[in-house]
Ligand binder design. Structure first.
Ligand SMILES: Cc1ncc(COP(=O)(O)O)c(C=O)c1O
Length: 402
């Protein structure tokens, strides 16, 4: 199994030592030095053959903040000069806009709400944006009909809305295939309240090693961009790629060299997890997110931790985590609050012992927590809200009206 070793897990537990008696478990623990290291590693990779061009790294990355969901972590991106991002939910959008307002930096924030909005969600997004007009918020069109519908929904609102076209490059989740968008170019030219600012081609179905498939998908996106250039206002932005295909995208000559601005959008890279091993290995990422759990039951060749599917990687099959300090323990299928581990070799931790887990999928893990503990280099740990975890009930807190 990849990931951090026993010595690092021991060092983190030692940092937490004074807090352990009062710390509930499971607890989400984030190592900020590793976060900063990972951000710097992605920026270096984005700079490629121009390592001295610091602006070029930040200009190439629009990280997806669904991994972070926390203003404290988003601020590490901002501190590194990364002010463009992508989000999926209204909670994430609101968190970004409010954190930027608090820091008086709304004018440098540029968010792509990369999710196809139905009419009520569209109006809610517009209302959130209207409260922070200096920030840039781009929306996403699922297909030509959706773009035309949004144009109607936008009537009477302020200013034109920046719109990216969601291009289905084979993932078959959202968006429309390039041919559908190409056939609709004349219709898109009639939009009066929306302006086409980019193409969003997320090829999340591809694995790190599928570089030929990625090149074909990226070529299809570039072909479409050439057909759409005529209706774009200003240079088109082409947004591709999460943690599993950004490297192929950065190396694609046409994405790199065309009359557009290409940006990648990995988010997992900031915290890293077991699933992102190829990227972690290539970039030298450090694991930044851990779940601290405790032993609540102990048998002859088994211990059970208080970190079930409601604490770590609920969407992943067993083994959905790794214990760096206990390589002889194999995680079995969790239940909601229990994670049984089978002893293959070595000792068993004592009843009540604290252990650190590395999640297989960090994004779905972070989403389970309301707060996390931040480990800060040279300073004591501090707590931070995971402000955009879960889902809101109403679009706005004051709904329904009293
Ligand atoms: C549309 C979109 N963009 C970017 C990403 C980021 O990918 P990753 O979490 O692999 O970095 C995702 C992940 O689900 C996504 O759905």
């Amino acid at each position: 199994m990849p990931g951090p070793d026993a010595a690092r897990a021991a060092a983190i537990l030692a940092d937490l030592g004074p807090l352990l008696p009062g710390l509930a478990s499971p607890a989400l623990v984030i190592d900020l030095a590793a976060v900063d290291h990972n951000i710097a590693a992605v920026l270096r990779r984005c700079r490629g053959d121009q390592p001295d061009d610091l602006g070029r790294g930040a200009d190439r990355w629009r990280p997806h903040v669904k991994t972070l969901k926390s203003a404290a972590l988003v601020r590490r991106l901002w501190a590194a000069g990364v002010t463009r991002c992508k989000c999926a939910t209204l909670d994430e959008l609101q968190l970004l806009l409010e954190a930027a307002a608090e820091d008086a930096r709304e004018d440098s924030l540029d968010v792509l709400l990369a999710y196809p909005l139905h009419e009520a969600a569209f109006h809610a997004a517009r209302r959130l944006h209207a409260a922070h007009p200096a920030a840039r918020v781009q929306l996403l069109a699922d297909g030509p009909e959706h773009a035309l519908a949004m144009d109607r929904w936008a009537r009477g609102g302020a200013g034109p809305i920046d719109l990216q076209l969601d291009v289905d490059l084979g993932m078959a989740r959202t968006g429309s295939p390039p041919s559908v968008w190409r056939d609709a170019v004349a219709d898109l030219a009639t939009l009066s309240h929306l302006r086409v600012t980019g193409l969003h081609g997320y090829e999340g179905h591809l694995a790190w090693s599928q570089t030929r498939e990625a090149a074909a998908a990226h070529d299809a996106l570039c072909d479409l961009a050439e057909a759409v250039l005529c209706i774009g206002k200003g240079p088109l932005e082409l947004v591709t790629s999460g943690t599993h295909s950004f490297s192929a995208a950065l190396d694609h000559p046409r994405l790199n060299g065309g009359p557009w601005r290409h940006r990648i959008s990995p988010g997992t890279v900031v915290l890293s997890d077991l699933r992102s091993e190829p990227a972690a290995e290539r970039l030298g990422l450090r694991q930044a997110a851990f779940v601290l759990a405790r032993v609540v039951s102990r048998g002859r060749d088994r211990v059970t931790l208080d970190a079930g599917s409601k604490a770590i990687a609920p969407d992943r099959p067993a083994p959905n985590c790794h214990l760096p300090a206990w390589p002889g323990l194999v995680p079995l299928s969790p239940s909601e609050e229990h994670l049984p581990l089978r002893r293959e070799h070595g000792a068993l931790p004592d009843h009540g012992a604290a252990v650190l887990l590395v999640p297989d999928h960090v994004c779905t893990t972070v989403n389970l927590y309301r707060e996390c503990l931040l480990l800060r280099p040279g300073e004591g740990p501090t707590r931070a809200a995971i402000g955009a975890s879960g889902h809101r009930l109403f679009f706005f807190a004051q709904d329904p009206p009293a």
